[in-house]
Design a protein around this ligand. Structure first.
Ligand SMILES: Cc1cc2nc3c(=O)[nH]c(=O)nc-3n(C[C@H](O)[C@H](O)[C@H](O)COP(=O)(O)O)c2cc1C
Length: 324
């Protein structure tokens, strides 16, 4: 994709010391399974990409149907299916080496490795494995709402557990001497997300991604009177959750002042600008791909540039936390 031919504004942002060409990133779980699909997302204009959440071993997801969408929201119960760390190693090798590494196959944009586990100790083991692939950022997913049958309530819904996982991963990174920034992906399904973020910050989180899906929610087929998803319930994403995400991002921003990937219901450049005003440095998009296809990344970047140009904003980073 050509370099911002359309916008006069500087759209570059620095997130936890990592440079991004623009603030948009692919959210975890959508198109993040192969190196080819990650590269395609970057070609179409994204500033960075996040892998699907990676488990240590292969993890089976839920039965089909796992997804249902309307113009207002999306419901999914994919259930964090993943092929495990061995497969992920191949993905990182193909995607390329970090910028500045001097390698021939440099990655086209930063990659955020999302990891998930059912126990604290597994998070530590997975951290040890994943740093070998040198992701630009480590995202600790403690917030998926539709695997409760397997693992109980998400770590992110309990302040002490959320803080404990953060501590375990921080300790492991320090032990390994790794400088990879570590962010924690939080859940909106809590009374006070700011308090949970603060507890994670106190245990060494460098930043946050918020939010994971809302709910879970349910949709019923009126003919059969059965829930449409085989899992009966699924996490809610897409346009309907944007106000919840914007508020969560602002709460985390106020509570910690740390960098945030604002995610949840962003479909347009103006949505992304709003997320940055709330406190986000980067803006994650997942469900947008189902509405605007992968080309939506470049379109959203263009819309952000147009908005900045029309509103006299020369540096998009100046918008971060500019809410009055
Ligand atoms: C089909 C699907 C799969 C997802 N899988 C993951 C996942 O593996 N790990 C994760 O942290 N979030 C996952 N999510 C949540 C998204 O990353 C994102 O936080 C959420 O959908 C809200 O953003 P959106 O409205 O832009 O989709 C998934 C979302 C969808 C729709």
């Amino acid at each position: 994709m050509s370099d911002k031919l359309w916008a006069m504004a500087n759209l570059k942002v620095n997130f936890c010391g990592v440079e991004f060409e623009n603030p948009t990133v692919l959210a975890s779980g959508v198109l993040g399974v192969t190196s080819a699909s990650l590269k395609r997302v970057v070609e179409m204009g994204a500033g960075g990409v996040t892998t699907k959440s990676i488990w240590m071993e292969e993890h089976k997801g839920h039965k089909n149907p796992t997804m249902f969408g309307t113009e207002h929201f999306f419901l999914n119960a994919v259930g964090l299916s993943d092929a495990g760390i061995e497969k992920a190693r191949g993905l990182f090798a193909e995607y390329g080496e970090p910028a500045g590494s001097g390698a021939k196959n440099v990655r086209p944009a930063p990659v955020i490795a999302s990891i998930v586990a059912g126990k604290q100790s597994e998070f530590a083991d997975l951290t040890e494995e994943i740093v070998k692939s040198r992701p630009d950022i480590l995202e600790v997913n403690i917030s998926c709402p539709n695997v409760e049958d397997e693992f109980g309530i998400p770590f992110a819904c309990d302040l002490l557990l959320a803080a404990d996982v953060t501590k375990v991963v921080r300790r492991k990174l320090d032990e390994l001497g790794s400088k990879i920034p570590m962010i924690v992906k939080l859940s909106p399904n809590v009374p006070n997300i700011g308090r949970i973020a603060k507890a994670c910050a106190d245990e060494g989180a460098d930043g946050f991604c918020a939010i994971n899906t809302v709910g879970p929610g349910m949709v019923i087929d009126l003919k059969t009177r059965k829930p449409i998803l085989a899992n009966r319930v699924g996490g809610v994403s897409g346009p309907a959750i944007k106000p919840i995400a914007v508020k969560a991002v602002n709460d985390i921003h106020k509570a910690t002042g740390l960098p945030i990937i604002g995610t949840g219901g962003v479909m347009t450049g103006e949505d992304a600008i709003e997320m940055m005003m709330a406190g986000a440095t980067l803006v994650g998009m997942g469900t947008m791909v189902y509405y605007r296809e992968v080309g939506g990344f470049g379109e959203v970047v263009k819309e952000m540039g147009d908005w900045c140009d029309a509103n006299g904003v020369e540096v998009v980073g100046d918008l971060i936390g500019s809410i009055k």
